[in-house]
Design a protein around this ligand. Structure first.
Ligand code: ADP
Ligand code: ZN
Length: 224
């Protein structure tokens, strides 16, 4: 099953994608994580990506499409994947369809997580991520606190704050999302795969678990 998580930055799509990956045994592919890994390793791609990410802009389509195309050719992606943060533009969505077509596959379901902008800003400003890449658990110092401040509950590694999670970039990231989301939503709506989800209480500690339950209960998910 090929799942595309859709939602604004800070909507919780990354957390939901991680839970969904465990429940379905499918690989979780986050373009943001892939770029951050490249930046950490100071590769040419990382340097290029960082020049956009640090300003709250999107990395150019051809660069992003290439790394996703490469990742989708791995053996573990042949039964399905959970894409998180891709596609973010119509051109990326069309490229993804082409890549999947070549694999004899298609996008099965696009859960769209809808959260009010005020909650998003609060979430992003208080977000903390586990520094251990294998774990990558996401916390919120207000809504989803770790048991010990600054330490991951799951693996005991230190928590870190993403450098692009600041008040300035949030504004441009939300604007970029608003500018692109309409076309993307229409695109997937026409294909009959969009599943809008409004979490009852997006500040609840188990908000992401509830989102995942809704995805798994959807007939689009069951048919495979
Ligand atoms: P968020 O959901 O909080 O925006 P991500 O980890 O998904 O965080 O992405 C971080 C940044 O990486 C984005 O702001 C953007 O600059 C870049 N990025 C991630 N995915 C894409 C994509 N599909 N196309 C272009 N840029 C991307
Ligand atoms: Zn951890």
């Amino acid at each position: 099953m090929y799942i595309v998580m859709f939602g604004a930055p800070g909507s919780g799509k990354g957390t939901a994608a991680k839970i969904l990956a465990k429940r379905t045994n499918l690989p979780h592919i986050s373009t943001g994580d892939m770029f951050r890994e490249q930046i950490k390793n100071q590769t040419e791609l990382g340097k290029l990506a960082d020049s956009y990410i640090s300003k709250g802009n999107l990395v150019p389509d051809e660069v992003t499409i290439n790394i996703v195309g490469d990742r989708l050719s791995w053996n573990d992606a042949k039964n399905g994947i959970i894409l998180d943060g891709f596609p973010r533009t119509l051109a990326q969505a069309q490229a993804l369809d082409k890549i999947l077509e070549g694999l004899g596959q298609k996008v099965d379901i696009v859960p769209e997580i809808k959260i009010p902008n005020e909650v998003i800003v609060e979430r992003i400003l208080n977000r903390a991520t586990c520094s251990n890449k294998e774990c990558g658990a996401i916390y919120n110092t207000k809504f989803k606190k770790p048991k010990v401040a600054g330490i991951c509950d799951i693996c005991g590694s230190t928590l870190m704050t993403r450098t692009d999670d600041n008040a300035e970039t949030i504004k441009s990231r939300l604007k970029v999302y608003e500018d692109n989301s309409k076309d993307l939503k229409e695109y997937y709506e026409k294909k009959g795969v969009l599943l809008p989800i409004c979490p009852e209480d997006p500040t609840a500690e188990n908000a992401s678990e509830q989102v995942v339950e809704k995805i798994l209960r959807c007939p689009l998910c069951k048919k495979r």
